[in-house]
Design a protein around this ligand. Structure first.
Ligand SMILES: [Zn+2]
Length: 463
């Protein structure tokens, strides 16, 4: 029984399930089970794909985003890579049964994972000309012969040059799918898993041209239909894959999170300065990343990182080198700051509706160095701006380049598996359910440490 997983990074359920023109996805929906898929907190590419493949929440993996604290100093964050994920993934369990996997672009996938089979690095690969990005290394040569230098991402996708960006995304995806079709046909595999990152870049680059609710949407703009066009192009690629597979192959089309408009950015460190919780030696005259500023740590209680969500860190006495918040007050301070963050308003003075999470409340385990609070400003309709020097709290521009979209908590899945008797829409599926479901369908025992459950188990019991 072969399993083919086609990952569409950031695929939005409302588009996938709403567009009747996506003929091949319709075909899969008719033959299988589909629905919203609740992502992890935070719903971010790293760690979400590996949460899916290991059925472990971010706290249990000790990976809270692309960048994580590696110690309790003020040195800043380190980047996650494939070695950051130590929990076994679905392909590791399948390898115990002698099954062979092909893993392409599953983040974090650099350095390339050593799997029983082959793997190709993800968008975190620095340079596919200079570095080895495949396992085994000699696969690189064959890929290069097929498509030239293999692209892993559109570097600089946060740009105003939209004509260039459109070309680059299609070039990236054409080459990646060409490699995928070739690997599907030429390699021996029991488990195949590809992640298309082009869709995520398309959303971040073009969501304001597409979503009528977006503040910067203009009717009749030249890119209005580009996002739907890209979905239809993906649908054709998926159709080709379906045609090439045997009829009883298990097929899963799945996303790590959804997409939604971005209303703006909240300058979280500006707010902490305003509240007297973050103290700088000198306030900058131009917007400047916090790590380039002189923080007066002996007077600072809290600082934060920017990005799609905010990671808020406490300067705790006995933990950080110049900590000021007494350990005995940790929980009461955490509660108080949570309430203050939840009470924030938007640029019109309306409640922002931010979601503020304590790691120990949302994760089964808290490994590594977690943020002390995780904040989804406006339920992620606002992103977190970490730089300082804006002179205000609400911004329309993003400090790391133009970005029209943020992630949303619900991605999507469509599963076609002849063994699974479920049909039609399924409610209540979670990202952590994917690995146990696929192992169950493969006839493998579900490891007891996995945090999700097989979606198909109930339907099989009734058979
Ligand atoms: Zn993603």
């Amino acid at each position: 029984m072969r399993i083919c997983v086609l990952g569409l990074d950031c695929a939005a359920p409302e588009i996938v399930f709403g567009d009747e023109g996506l003929k091949n996805l319709r075909r899969l929906m008719q033959d299988g089970v589909w629905g919203h898929l609740e992502s992890v907190i935070p719903p971010i590419t790293v760690p979400a794909w590996m949460c899916m493949c290991t059925s472990q929440d971010p706290g249990s993996l000790g990976v809270y985003g692309f960048r994580n604290r590696t110690d309790y100093t003020y040195r800043g964050l380190g980047f996650a890579n494939s070695g950051s994920i130590r929990a076994p993934a679905i392909w590791d369990y399948l390898a115990e049964q002698g099954k062979r996997s092909v893993i392409v672009g599953v983040p974090p996938g650099y350095p390339p994972r050593r799997v029983n089979g082959i793997s190709v690095g993800c968008f975190l690969t620095p340079n596919t000309q200079k570095h080895d990005f495949t396992h085994p290394p000699e696969l690189k040569q064959k890929i290069t012969e097929l498509v030239g230098q293999y692209p892993v991402d559109v570097k600089g996708f946060r740009t105003d040059d939209k004509a260039w960006l459109k070309e680059q995304i299609f070039d990236l995806s054409r080459k990646q799918w060409r490699v995928v079709h070739w690997l599907l046909a030429s390699e021996e595999w029991d488990y195949f898993h590809f992640v298309d990152i082009g869709l995520d870049r398309m959303h971040h680059g073009f969501w304001n041209f597409f979503d009528r609710q977006h503040r910067h949407y203009q009717a009749g703009n030249p890119y209005e239909s580009l996002i739907p066009e890209y979905y239809r192009w993906l649908d054709q690629q998926i159709g080709e894959v379906l045609d090439s597979l045997e009829r009883d192959a298990i097929v899963l089309v799945v996303s790590d999170h959804g997409a939604q408009r971005l209303d703006g950015g909240f300058a979280v460190n500006e707010w902490l300065i305003h509240e007297g919780l973050l103290v700088l030696d000198e306030y900058p005259s131009v917007p400047t990343p916090l790590e380039k500023l002189k923080v007066n740590w002996s007077k600072t209680g809290v600082w934060s990182e920017g990005g799609y969500y905010a990671r808020v860190f406490f300067n705790l006495r006995g933990r950080e080198p110049q900590g000021v918040i007494p350990l005995a007050q940790y929980e009461s301070f955490q509660d108080e700051l949570k309430a203050r963050l939840e009470a924030l308003t938007d640029d019109q003075g309306r409640p922002l509706g931010s979601l503020v999470f304590k790691p120990k409340n949302i994760y089964r385990r808290v490994e590594g160095i977690a943020p002390d609070l995780i904040v989804h400003f406006g339920g992620l309709l606002w992103r977190s701006i970490g730089s300082v020097g804006h002179g205000r709290l609400h911004l329309q521009e993003n400090d790391t380049g133009p970005d029209a979209c943020n992630h949303s908590q619900f991605g999507m899945f469509i599963l076609r598996a002849p063994e699974c008797r479920l049909r039609g829409e399924y409610r209540g599926a979670r990202l952590l359910d994917i690995a146990p479901t696929l192992l169950d369908l493969a006839g493998c025992p579900i490891p007891p440490g996995m945090q999700g459950r097989s979606l198909c188990a109930a339907s099989k019991e009734g058979s």
